[in-house]
Design a protein around this ligand. Sequence first.
Ligand code: ADP
Length: 293
Amino acid sequence: MTSYFLGVDLGSTTAKAAIVDENAALVGSSVVQMGAVSRQGMRRAIDAALGQAGLEAGDIARIVGTGYGRRLVPGVDRTFTEITCHARGVVEWQPDAGLVIDIGGQDSKAITIDALGLVDEFAMNDRCASGTGRFFEVLARALECEVQEIGALALRGSADLEVSSMCATFAETEIVSLVAEGADPADIAASVHRAVAARILGLVSLVGKRTPVVLTGGVAKNPGAVEFLARALDATLIVPREPQITGAFGAALLARDAAEPSTRGEPLPLISATGATTDCGRCAVPAGRGLLD
Ligand code: ADP
């Protein structure tokens, strides 16, 4: 009988679930938009992934949780940080990956991967919205369009407008002023994308650029973010087919790894990393070591 493994990534804005079989093949996945971290959103994500795989809850052998709400996952056998899970998921898709950049709704991370496919170092920005999906949501709101449209708009503009504030609160006011002055929305979108890419470049500089670079998280679905970040990094970015479920996929793989210690080894060696968190310097939160569980 085939065994199945469930990974659940309860993020700040979305709940993701992924199911793999014993051969590490992805058999079902889902992304559910939530207002805030919610058990209901997570339940819907799990049910949708089970439905897509044609499975029932009783068919799942092990469950690993990740993301902000990882401890809320019902029946969870083990939890890992998103850093560990994104690295695990990426290495399955791109075994020679050197750097993972994950840009989610409220944080962004740069993770270096060593030659064994293990996490080396990471840097994380979870202190301010700049360089996260939230910043693109602010931009979309100010330009009165959907966040799904903002990347294509940016690709049509030229990026030479000055965006001085990288604080989401002030940037929104600045963007609205630019609109009022008659600036082309495409140029505004392009300029903000360029500024966000510069911010991510700063995060990458904390761990060092390595190639191949893989971009994960919901923002990897934004073609403008991909293009401007590739330019800032001067590197080609590899985007998985379903970048937003990378953490859930990695969690499902870690559940599977643990079930087969003789062939896959314990997942614990992934936790070899040192890390730092970062902020813009204005929120008075000191940078510190990241914690991996
Ligand atoms: P989290 O795990 O923190 O909930 P996600 O990795 O799910 O975050 O990313 C959510 C972000 O992804 C949103 O803030 C949004 O900016 C971006 N996003 C999601 N889907 C799309 C899309 N189709 N096009 C552009 N951006 C998207």
